[in-house]
Design a protein around this ligand. Structure first.
Ligand code: NAD
Ligand code: UDP
Ligand code: UDP
Length: 308
């Protein structure tokens, strides 16, 4: 039986990943400091004989014996990662060094949850892995963007220098059940606002675009990437290429919830990317993966989760 470490395993994506790995017969060690994660997300796994939970901050060394590592630990919502930006960079950079050091010692394969934020506010559309990005190094998003970029650098240097088996996945906006209601990300904000009849907060004029991937599709891709041959390192984009403006998203959420909420326009946060759309040709060819769940169906499942 494979022993798999999931850092950030009590978070939104991590909890779905832990669940899927256990179901497919692996032994899972979930490591989390509960900064944005939540025991609720994994409480159904707590009694499982193949699940173990450890409270630990990845910026400190970790000595365990595992075969594979999924490194997901890092707050993902701007509200959270900007609340303690120094800790955000430490989590990405020191966290990557510690997890790579661990992978090196135990000869484990290691996957990094990178992000479309490495492309910053892109000048090319869609973004392919060959694009180097346009990132402000000193802005309020930099702790996240540059932290993740440095983590990618570390992964590729451990690969070149120490011959580690690495996989780097660039995740685009993902949504679904177990996003936290107060998380601040757009899908959870809009759904919670619509269900409560509160104003829907559009930042800027709502013309900016994103491409939203349903969580189940994303988890499929993470597991497929870990299963690729040793010569495949990525980086590989994972996301849903169907692009939509934030204003359109708000209108769809209002329609699907039957809400009477009104739209209100708030200032656009600094350095908010204007557009975001993955080129997923590499994922299609290397993983035989593409998203199965369309936005309407994914939103319906997410709305059902928030209604409970
Ligand atoms: P999340 O905030 O729900 O989960 C992150 C988890 O990491 C939380 O459980 C948190 O407590 C934990 N964590 C944070 N700092 C830690 C530390 N120092 N030590 C140990 N645990 C720590 O976010 P998510 O959406 O599940 O994102 C998971 C990963 O995927 C993150 O690395 C994020 O950057 C990446 N990602 C997510 C998205 C998305 O749209 N959801 C997009 C791009 C990249
Ligand atoms: N490390 C860890 N667990 C291990 C091995 C290493 O957390 O099982 C951490 C340790 O803090 C170390 C870092 O990973 O500083 C990088 O390890 P590496 O072997 O690359 O370098 P070192 O700093 O030990 O020379
Ligand atoms: N956004 C918005 N209203 C909200 C939350 C977010 O208009 O209540 C916008 C935000 O400015 C950005 C987009 O929605 O343009 C996606 O934001 P999110 O924080 O979900 O992800 P990211 O900016 O990291 O892509």
């Amino acid at each position: 039986m494979k022993r798999i470490l999931v850092t950030g395993g009590a978070g939104f994506l991590g909890s779905h990943l832990c669940e899927r790995l256990i179901t497919s017969g692996s032994d899972v060690l979930c490591v989390d400091n509960f900064f944005t994660g939540n025991k609720e997300n994994i409480k159904h796994l707590l009694g499982h004989p193949h699940f173990e939970l450890m409270r630990h901050d990845v910026t400190f060394p970790l000595y365990v014996e595992v075969d594979e590592i999924y490194n997901l630990a890092c707050p993902a919502s701007p509200v959270h990662y900007q609340s303690d930006p120094v800790q955000t960079t430490k989590t990405s950079v020191h966290g990557a060094i510690n997890m790579l050091g661990l992978a090196k010692r135990v000869k484990a394969k290691i996957l990094q949850a990178s992000t479309s934020e490495v492309y910053g506010d892109p000048e090319v559309q869609p973004q392919s892995e060959a694009y180097w990005g346009r990132v402000n190094p000193i802005g309020i998003r930099s702790c996240y963007d540059e932290g993740k970029r440095c983590a990618e650098t570390l992964f590729f240097d451990y690969w070149r220098q120490h011959h580690l088996l690495i996989k780097v996945v660039r995740i685009f906006n993902t949504y679904g059940p177990r996003m936290q209601p107060g998380d601040g990300r757009v899908v959870s904000n809009f759904i919670v606002q619509a269900l409560n009849g509160d104003d829907i907060t559009i930042y800027g004029d709502g013309d900016q675009t994103r491409s939203f991937c349903y969580v189940d599709d994303l988890i499929d891709a993470l597991i497929l990437t870990m299963g690729t041959g040793d010569d495949f390192t990525g980086p590989v984009n994972i996301g849903n290429p169907s692009e939509i403006s934030i204003l359109e998203l708000a209108q769809i959420v209002i329609e699907l919830t039957g809400s009477k909420s009104k739209l209100v326009f708030k200032p656009l946060p600094q350095d908010d990317p204007k557009q975001r759309q993955p080129d997923i040709d590499l994922a299609k060819s290397q993983l035989d993966w593409y998203p199965r769940v369309d936005l309407i169906n994914g939103l319906k499942k997410t709305i059902a989760y928030f209604k409970i």
